[in-house]
Ligand binder design. Structure first.
Ligand code: F6R
Length: 618
C-alpha cells in the first residue's frame, strides 16, 4: 500500500520519479507527490496533488520546478487524513529544509503530535507522516554530529520513538548528494545502477533501470549516493546484505499490448500454471516435489491437521486447498480468514501445520496470523509470489508461486497459481497416506493438460464479452456453486464487485433456499457453476429453482453438455479436468466476465476505487 520511488544519479530526476510512480500506482492512487533537491541552487522543492499520477505529472510539467538529480516521491493510499493536496506526501518538517515520504502507519502519532505541539510545532496535514518529519527535523537541529551522520543519525533517533511500521526516504537541503532510507514492516528495495541508485517499495518499478537489487531488512537504514550505498542497522553498526538479480524479464511489468494489466494477467495463466508446477511433479513416484517446505517425510507424515490462512482471493484459494487436502489427501484441513484467526483462541492439535497464502507476502493480517501461529509453537509455511516478502522471510519454509509481477489490483493469476500449488501439496501428502500411485499419476496427467485447456477458454473471450455486455446494467448479481465450486463462486463474486462495483455475492448453492432465493427476480442475474460432476443433477435443480422465479441464469458448464442450454439463458463452457483442479479452469471465464462487465461500465479496471494492491495495514 502506497508506493515510494527515490533516485540519485546523473539523470534528470523528474521523469524518473514520474515514470516510477506510474509503475507503482497500483499500490495506491488517491494522491501523489515528489520532492527534488537542486544542488546548484540549494533548493528543495515539493510538488503534490490529490488524484492520479497523471494529475501530478501535469502539475510538474506546468511548474517551474528546476531540473535536479536527486528526488523522492510517493503515491498514496490514504490512512490518516483524506486524499487532499495537503495530506499527500512528501511532507516537510517545520524548517522546510527536510522532506520525507513514508509507507506504513505510525501507531503512536497522536501522542507524539501532542508532545510536539506543546513544544510549538505546527502541523499542516492530518497525517502521521508529518509527525515523523518533525521528529526527524527536531533530532537534526539538536544533533552535534557532522556530515551524513547528522541526517542519518537524526533519522535513527526519530525512529527510536516510533511505534508502527515504516518504509521511508528522506532528503535534507544541507545534504546535497544524499538520500536516507529506512524500513520496518514496509518493503523497501535498493536498486543499484551504473553511477546511480534507486529506492523503491517494489522491485518491479526498477525493472527499466536495473536488475541488481538489495532487499532491505527490517531495521535497516541505507545512505544512498550517486555511485555508492551504505547499509547500517538502526539498532547497531553495519547490516549484512546480499545483492540479488531480479528474475523478471525487463518487460514483465509492462502491459504488452493489452488494454489493461488485468486482461494481460488473465491471458498469462497458461504460463502461470507451468511456472507453478515446473520441476515439482515426480512422475516416477506419482508424487510431488516441494523441497522448500523444509520438512522431512516423517514430519510431513505426522501432520494431523492443516490450517490455511489468507485474505480475499488468497483465502478463497485456501478454501479450495483445504477441501482438496481433505478430499484427496485425507488430511483434516480448514481455511480461515487470517484477520480473524489471529485474534481467536482456537484449540488445535500439536501437529497442526499452517500455511500463510499471500501473493504480495506483505498482507498485514496474514503476516499477523502467521506470527501468531508460530508464536504458539506451530510450523508456519508460506505460499507467496513475492520472494523477498516479509511472509516469505518469516515462515519456516514454503513454496513460491513464480507467477511474475501481478499489477492489476484484482488478483487473477495468483489465484490459479495458489490453487495449483495446493494441488501439488495434496499430491505430496496424499501419496504419503492413502492415495494410490494410479490416482497420483492421474493428477500429474491432468496438470499437463491445464495450460492448453486454459488457452481454449481464452479463445472464447468474445462470447464472454457479449454476455458481460448483456448483464452489465444489473444492480446485483449472485454466484452459486457447490463443493470445490463454492469458493469459486465467492471468488467470482469478489472479482465482479471489486472492479465493476456491481453488488455481487457468492453462496453455496445449497443455501439458495435458506433465504437467498428472496433476491431472485428478472433483474438479478445468477451465475450457477454447474460442472458435470457427481452433483450435476442438484445443480440443474438449482437452475430450475432460479428460473421458476424468472431469474436470468448464466450457467458455467462442462464442454459437450449441450442439454444445459434448455435450462439456462446463457452458457459458458469450460473443458473437464479432475474435480480438484476444476476451479483452475472454472474461474477463468468468470474473471473475464467481471473484466468485460467493468469495461462495459467504463470502470478503471486496474485501479478500482478505494482499493490498493498489497494491504499492509490492518
Ligand atoms: C482481490 C484481491 C485481494 C487480495 C488480498 C490478499 O482481487 O486482490 O482480495 O487477494 O488482499 O492479498 P495477498 O494475496 O497479497 O495477501
Amino acid at each position: 500500500m502506497c508506493g515510494i520511488i527515490a533516485y540519485i544519479g546523473p539523470r534528470d530526476v523528474r521523469p524518473v520519479l514520474l515514470d516510477g510512480l506510474s509503475r507503482l500506482e497500483y499500490r495506491g492512487y488517491d494522491s501523489a507527490g515528489l520532492a527534488t533537491l537542486d544542488g546548484d541552487r540549494g533548493s528543495l522543492s515539493i510538488v503534490k496533488k490529490a488524484g492520479r499520477i497523471a494529475e501530478l505529472a501535469r502539475v510538474v510539467h506546468e511548474s517551474t520546478l528546476p531540473p535536479a538529480h536527486q528526488g523522492i516521491s510517493h503515491t498514496r493510499w490514504a490512512t490518516h487524513g483524506e486524499p487532499t493536496d495537503v495530506n499527500a506526501h512528501p511532507h516537510a518538517d517545520g524548517s522546510g529544509d527536510l522532506a520525507i515520504v513514508h509507507n506504513g502507519v505510525i501507531e503512536n502519532f497522536q501522542t507524539l503530535k501532542k508532545q510536539l505541539e506543546a513544544e510549538g510545532h505546527v502541523f499542516a496535514s492530518a497525517t502521521d507522516t508529518e509527525v515523523l518529519s518533525h521528529l526527524i527535523g527536531r533530532a537534526y537541529s539538536e544533533s552535534t554530529e557532522t556530515g551524513s551522520q547528522r541526517l542519518s543519525g537524526a533519522v535513527k533517533q526519530a525512529l527510536r520513538g516510533i511505534k508502527g511500521t515504516y518504509g521511508i526516504a528522506v532528503m535534507h537541503r544541507d545534504h546535497h548528494g544524499l538520500i536516507v532510507g529506512a524500513r520496518r514492516g514496509s518493503p523497501l528495495v535498493l536498486g543499484i545502477g551504473e553511477g546511480e541508485m534507486f529506492l523503491s517499495s517494489d522491485a518491479a518499478a526498477l525493472l527499466p533501470y536495473t536488475n541488481k537489487v538489495v532487499y532491505l531488512k527490517d531495521f535497516d537504514l541505507v545512505e544512498l549516493r550517486a555511485g555508492q550505498f551504505d547499509i547500517q542497522s538502526l539498532t547497531s553498526g553495519r547490516s549484512a546484505f546480499e545483492i540479488e538479480e531480479l528474475g523478471f524479464a525487463p518487460d514483465a511489468a509492462e502491459r504488452g499490448g493489452f488494454p489493461h494489466y488485468m486482461l494481460k494477467e488473465i491471458h498469462e495463466q497458461p504460463q502461470t500454471i507451468e511456472n507453478a508446477i515446473r520441476g515439482r511433479l515426480n512422475a516416477e513416484e506419482s508424487s510431488a516435489l516441494l523441497g522448500g517446505l523444509n520438512l522431512s517425510p516423517a514430519a510431513l507424515r505426522d501432520v494431523e491437521r492443516v490450517v490455511v490462512l489468507g485474505c480475499g482471493t488468497a483465502l478463497h484459494a485456501g478454501m479450495i486447498g483445504a477441501h482438496m487436502l481433505e478430499d484427496m489427501a485425507f488430511v483434516a484441513a480448514e481455511s480461515e480468514c487470517a484477520g480473524e484467526f489471529r485474534f481467536k483462541n482456537r484449540p488445535l492439535p500439536r501437529n497442526t501445520l499452517f500455511f500463510a497464502v499471500s501473493q504480495s507476502g506483505e498482507t498485514a493480517d496474514t503476516l499477523g496470523a502467521l506470527r501468531e501461529a508460530r508464536r504458539r509453537g506451530h510450523i508456519g509455511l508460506g505460499i507467496c509470489n513475492n520472494v523477498a516478502s516479509t511472509i516469505a522471510r518469516e515462515s519456516d519454509g514454503g513454496t513460491y508461486m513464480h507467477a511474475g509481477p501481478e499489477i492489476g489490483v484484482a488478483a487473477t493469476k495468483s489465484f490459479v497459481s495458489q490453487v495449483a500449488i495446493f494441488g501439488l501439496l495434496t499430491l505430496l501428502l496424499g501419496r504419503m497416506r492413502h492415495m494410490s500411485a494410479g490416482t497420483g499419476t492421474g493428477i500429474i496427467q491432468a496438470y499437463a493438460q491445464l495450460p492448453d485447456q486454459i488457452t481454449r477458454i481464452l479463445e472464447h473471450q468474445a462470447q464472454i464479452e457479449s454476455i458481460a455486455r448483456k448483464y452489465a446494467q444489473a444492480r446485483s448479481m449472485l454466484f452459486l456453486g457447490r463443493q470445490y465450486h463454492y469458493p469459486v463462486a465467492l471468488e467470482a463474486a469478489l472479482k465482479m464487485k471489486e472492479i465493476s462495483y456491481i453488488h455481487a455475492a457468492g453462496f453455496a448453492s445449497s443455501e439458495l433456499k435458506h433465504g437467498i432465493i428472496a433476491l431472485i427476480d428478472p433483474e438479478t442475474p445468477t451465475v450457477i457453476l454447474c460442472p458435470q460432476d457427481s452433483l450435476y443433477e442438484k445443480n440443474i435443480s438449482t437452475i430450475q429453482e432460479v428460473k421458476a422465479r424468472r431469474g436470468p441464469v448464466i450457467a458455467m458448464a462442462t464442454e459437450g453438455d449441450t442439454g444445459i442450454k434448455d435450462h439456462a439463458d446463457d452458457v459458458i463452457y469450460v473443458p473437464r479436468t479432475l474435480d480438484m483442479l476444476q476451479p483452475i479452469l472454472s474461474i477463468i471465464p468468470l474473471q473475464l466476465l467481471s473484466y468485460y462487465t467493468a469495461v462495459a461500465l467504463g470502470r478503471d479496471v486496474d485501479k478500482p476505487r478505494n482499493l490498493a494492491k498489497s494491504v499492509t495495514v490492518e
